[in-house]
Design a protein around this ligand. Structure first.
Ligand code: ADP
Ligand code: PAZ
Length: 253
């Protein structure tokens, strides 16, 4: 037994890995100033749920350096063993040397899972989380991608800057032409982000020279734009977790 921890900028997810599958995923807010004790008690609560006496080995893919520091301290003070996933981990793809090692661990684990899901060496991966990312693996090489603002952050910024707009429940309207402020906002944001993602994908397909490259997607906000996208082939809600699992089980290349 071990746990997979996917630390994003909004949430960190703890996946319980048992019998080579992700049995359950818990979501916690990523709070940069959260104390080591708070992390400890969150993890201890999961232990209690699963009748475990101690926190098992942790596999951590994080894009939040302050969380890494907290986990490292946790390891030292509480004797918890852990492995941090980074560009040197044994993935089943290689990373284009021009990218170097400065690439988010979240992108790496998504790429690992995405290649396995499509069973191909070519795949485009979309993630709608704090940021909206679109990355490409071609011939088993992670060649790069695009980082755009996230859906939630964009909505918050719009509301903060437009005096008459307020928080709206975002639901995909039937038509792009909204006739109330709420449906117009939902349209602009959801069809707008779907268009952003589709536009990036079609440009990437042209650059790669392969129109039928499979496109998989994930991220906490993906369910909001999935139906509005013409380019996304399949959504896997826990793709990041699957990527960590593959790394643990297969040990990569
Ligand atoms: N089960 C859930 N509980 C709370 N928020 C969720 C859940 N599923 C999706 N979300 C949404 O997902 C967003 C975070 O997406 P996520 O992919 O986890 O981002 P990140 O990896 O950048 O932390 C949140 O803004 C939240 O609105
Ligand atoms: C693009 C991201 C912000 C996406 O983060 P997320 O939406 O998953 O929280 C993250 O992958 C990142 O911080 N990348 C940059 C990595 C670096 O320059 O080291």
């Amino acid at each position: 037994m071990c746990w997979a921890i996917d630390v994003g900028n909004t949430h960190y997810k703890v996946g319980i890995i048992k019998n080579k599958t992700v049995e359950q995923v818990y979501r916690f807010r990523t709070i940069r100033e959260q104390s080591i004790d708070e992390y400890y008690f969150q993890l201890r609560n999961i232990c209690r749920e699963h009748d475990l006496l101690q926190i098992p080995h942790l596999w951590i893919a994080s894009v939040v350096p302050s969380v890494n520091i907290a986990f490292e301290m946790l390891g030292k003070t509480k004797g918890i063993s852990m492995t941090f996933i980074d560009a040197d981990s044994p993935f089943s793809f290689t990373i284009d040397e021009r990218i170097g090692k400065k690439i988010g661990a979240d992108i790496l684990i998504l790429a690992e899972a995405a290649m396995a899901m499509v069973n191909q060496k070519d795949v485009i991966i979309v993630c709608a989380g704090t940021a909206t990312t679109v990355f490409a693996v071609v011939g088993g090489i992670l060649i790069g991608g695009a980082i755009a603002p996230g859906i939630k952050g964009s909505v918050e910024s719009l509301i903060d800057n437009a005096a008459l707009l307020s928080t709206t429940y975002l639901e995909l309207p039937e038509k792009a032409i909204g006739q109330t402020t709420e449906t117009a906002m939902s349209s602009g944001i959801l069809y707008g982000f779907a268009g952003l993602v589709d536009g990036l994908i079609s440009r990437m397909k042209k650059e790669i020279g392969r129109d039928d490259i499979p496109v998989v997607a994930s991220g906490g906000m993906i369910s909001k734009i999935e139906r509005a996208s013409f380019e996304i082939d399949k959504v896997y809600p826990d793709l990041g977790m699957e990527g960590i699992l593959r790394l643990i089980v297969e040990g990569g290349r």
